[in-house]
Design a protein around this ligand. Sequence first.
Ligand code: NAP
Length: 259
Amino acid sequence: MDLGIAGKKALVCASSKGLGRGCAEALAAAGCDLVLNARGAEALDATAVAIHSEYQVGVAAVAADITTEEGRAKVLDAAGDIDILVTNAGGPPPGLWSDWDRDDFIKAIDANMLTPVSLIKACLPGMIDRGWGRIVNITSKSVKAPIPALGLSNSARAGLTGYVAGTARQVASHGVTINNLLPGVHDTDRGVMLDKGQATREGRSPEDVRAERERGIPAGRYGTSEEFGAACAFLCSQHAGFIVGQNLLLDGGEVNATL
Ligand code: NAP
């Protein structure tokens, strides 16, 4: 399917690896020029070179911490006018309700709620002026079904979801859509790290933990960055202009709910 977005410019945050990279690759395959970002320059540059050589699109790489004001300014300056924004950042650490104090919540809210809010606010005026834009936020299945050990993530992402629900409806008449993608368990560094953490806490092997988690997913496996990226590219396509303020779960059926 031709997604109709060849030549559009996309900023994909936190995209040297994992789900962000999956989104960047799918947008590059659709012909978008990219601005990629991550903190670590080495992996970021390697990803930029690999994507450029595979898809022959323009790829700029900006090493910066997207959760800081300076990092966002650096990325937005380098990006200039963009048509597509994919927000993403690392997720907060796991723990128990009694572990988290005010500073932990502020950090999580800064990274996983206020960072995307601030990027959205910076990019919307240009998109509205040009009469076209696509914004996709990578959140988590925890928005629909809480993950008890990820209370910081549950809280911060719920806040972002509320903001998007209202804002998407305020800008839709300008040809700009905002939607969220909610990953369930995916086969990325973060997914593997969470398996290892649980294995260590419970004195089990990571393979055992993974097999148990896979049994809880109706699809019987972890998701891939490629299929996640394909869903992102569709939401950014010309075909998705009537999809506004939605939360699309990509979890292999793990959240057991009718709607
Ligand atoms: P990942 O494989 O660990 O990749 C994270 C990417 O983000 C890397 O490129 C990393 O590069 C970059 N990054 C992290 N923090 C950053 C920051 N502050 N500024 C700029 N770049 C940053 O993680 P993932 O699995 O793709 O997860 C992406 C998001 O989805 C996370 O918020 C995660 O919590 C959420 N999620 C993931 C899953 C899953 O199963 N994988 C499930 C639910 C939700 P650097 O480290 O070099 O910055």
